[in-house]
Design a protein around this ligand. Structure first.
Ligand SMILES: Cc1cc2nc3c(=O)[nH]c(=O)nc-3n(C[C@H](O)[C@H](O)[C@H](O)COP(=O)(O)O)c2cc1C
Length: 208
């Protein structure tokens, strides 16, 4: 397929910096709730970008909570992203909801959540997901898939308890800046950026 001619016109909605809420979390919740209600698929999927030694890397994770002004997700602390976040907490989250012609970019720094929050979430997961999180050394090279399957079978036969391992838990990303992007006709998109300014947020319009 010739990608040069593969393009879409956006016209579904508009975003006016004089009409938006003063708090970007309020606008985030409005967009997110609409996406959750009407998005066909995994509206809480977001790209998490991290940086290690000036080299960025990105992957999809799931947003599990917005609390105290931060965005919470769960992972293995010894994974590539976990090691990177513990070394350099500056990170970025990107949502894209094509049905709404919307993108949100969240920049800030991430901190591990409390053991209590991680325990509560871990214990709410289905048993099989908990077992997989316990037996999988996420992001490490393994010799074969069979190794994982054997580990899982062994774990199940031994009926080991399903306590959250200390290498698994949540991070909360606290934003310094949040940009909302609404697709508009002829590439004149609306972009509104909130930048943290002490206890308040500055609201800016960016060129598309
Ligand atoms: C839709 C989707 C949701 C995902 N959710 C998570 C998640 O919440 N936590 C997680 O650790 N990995 C999740 N993953 C897997 C990650 O994208 C990634 O493969 C894994 O975390 C290892 O990343 P790393 O090696 O960069 O640390 C998800 C992948 C997809 C496609």
């Amino acid at each position: 397929m010739k990608l040069h001619n593969y393009r879409k016109q956006y016209s579904r909605d508009l975003l006016d910096e004089t009409q938006v809420p003063v708090d970007p979390i309020v606008l985030f919740q409005q967009w997110f709730e609409l996406a959750l209600k009407q998005h066909a698929h995994e509206a809480n999927a977001m790209v998490l970008s991290t940086v290690s030694e000036n080299k960025p890397s990105a992957r999809v994770v799931l947003l599990k909570e917005v609390s105290e002004g931060g965005f919470v997700f769960f992972t293995n602390y010894q994974s590539k992203k976990g090691i990177e976040l513990d070394t350099n907490p500056f990170a970025c989250l990107t949502f894209f909801w094509p049905e709404f012609e919307r993108q949100i970019r969240i920049e800030g720094s991430a901190k591990r959540v409390s053991d209590e929050i991680s325990d509560n979430y871990f214990n709410s997961r289905p048993e099989q997901s908990r077992i997989s999180a316990i037996i999988s050394p996420q992001s490490q090279v393994i010799a074969s898939k069979a190794i994982l399957e054997n580990k899982k079978n062994e774990f199940v036969t031994k009926a080991e308890n399903l306590k959250r391992p200390s290498f698994w838990g949540g991070y909360c990303l606290f934003p310094d800046a949040i940009e909302f992007w609404q697709g508009r006709p002829d590439r004149l998109h609306d972009r509104v950026k909130y930048v943290k300014n002490g206890g308040d947020w500055l609201i800016q319009r960016l060129a598309p």
